[in-house]
Design a protein around this ligand. Structure first.
Ligand code: PEP
Length: 256
């Protein structure tokens, strides 16, 4: 098992979430910039909007860069106008799916139950969910961070039979990733300090030990290294800075 653990945590995960931004021009520029990186030291993935995924797959074919989707339908298939299923995402080359991003939870009202259903659909299609969790500013100020994190994690894990206080989590390796994203840090320019993020990551690790935990929330080229130096921060989920090729490239080419 030790060898397996080393494999999972050897590289940092550098993921770029484009949200509802970008266009074909940015996709081409970014793909070319990414492909021209000589030796990628980290595991890199981009999450452009759905409509750009087939082109992303074409541009990044035979490269080390993975692609992922920002959301997925909670249903397998059927009369759900406007929805995109996990198997469709697989067919266009996705490896990852963001599940429960704070904008889905807070702008579009995704409940804990919907998050579980999306998580299950993703795994059933053979894709890797990136489960996003994090507290709001109000919850942070009320000192409720751990309670919120615990609730969000427990809801998904219990439904997966994956967690209990005494569970052996070693077998969960690579089944999914977690992204801790304090809502008050997303898109605000006010990132958690490395110490704040490390404390929450250590808490998450105490609940579920062998799953990579990424930090997200106002990560830029100038705070990435400090965050990644923390023992329990295994990678970064980057929004705004992932739309700026120089920023994203600077982050993913660093030695951490
Ligand atoms: C995100 O979209 O998940 C995110 C963390 O955004 P930003 O980096 O812009 O705060």
């Amino acid at each position: 098992m030790q060898g397996n653990k080393e494999l999972i945590f050897m590289q940092k995960y550098i993921f770029g979430n484009w949200k509802q931004n970008g266009d074909f021009a940015l996709l081409h520029t970014m793909a070319e910039a990414l492909r021209s990186q000589p030796d990628l030291k980290h595991h890199v993935a981009i999450f452009p909007p759905f409509v750009y995924l087939p082109e992303a797959q074409r541009l990044l074919a035979n490269s080390a860069i993975a692609i992922g989707a920002q959301d997925v339908s909670p249903y397998e298939k059927g009369a759900y106008t406007g929805e995109i299923s996990a198997s469709m995402l697989k067919e266009v080359g996705c490896q990852y799916v963001l599940i429960g991003h704070s904008e889905r939870r807070h702008v579009f009202g995704d409940s804990d139950q919907i998050v579980v259903e999306k998580f299950q659909q993703t795994q059933q299609a053979g894709l890797t969910p990136v489960l996003c969790i994090g507290e709001t500013l109000e919850e942070f100020e009320a000192g409720r961070t751990k309670e919120v994190i615990h609730r969000q994690l427990k809801f998904v894990m219990e439904n997966q039979n994956l967690i209990s206080a005494t569970a052996d989590t070693s077998r969960h390796a690579n089944l999914f990733l977690i992204a801790y994203e304090p809502v008050w840090a997303i898109g605000t320019g006010k990132a958690a300090t490395s110490a704040q993020a490390q404390a929450v990551h250590a808490y998450i690790r105490s609940l579920i030990s062998r799953v990579p935990i990424l930090y997200g929330g106002s990560v830029k080229a100038d705070n990435a290294a400090e965050l990644l130096a923390m023992p329990d921060i295994d990678g970064l989920l980057i929004g705004g800075a992932s739309l700026i090729p120089e920023q994203f490239l600077t982050i993913l080419s660093g030695h951490y």
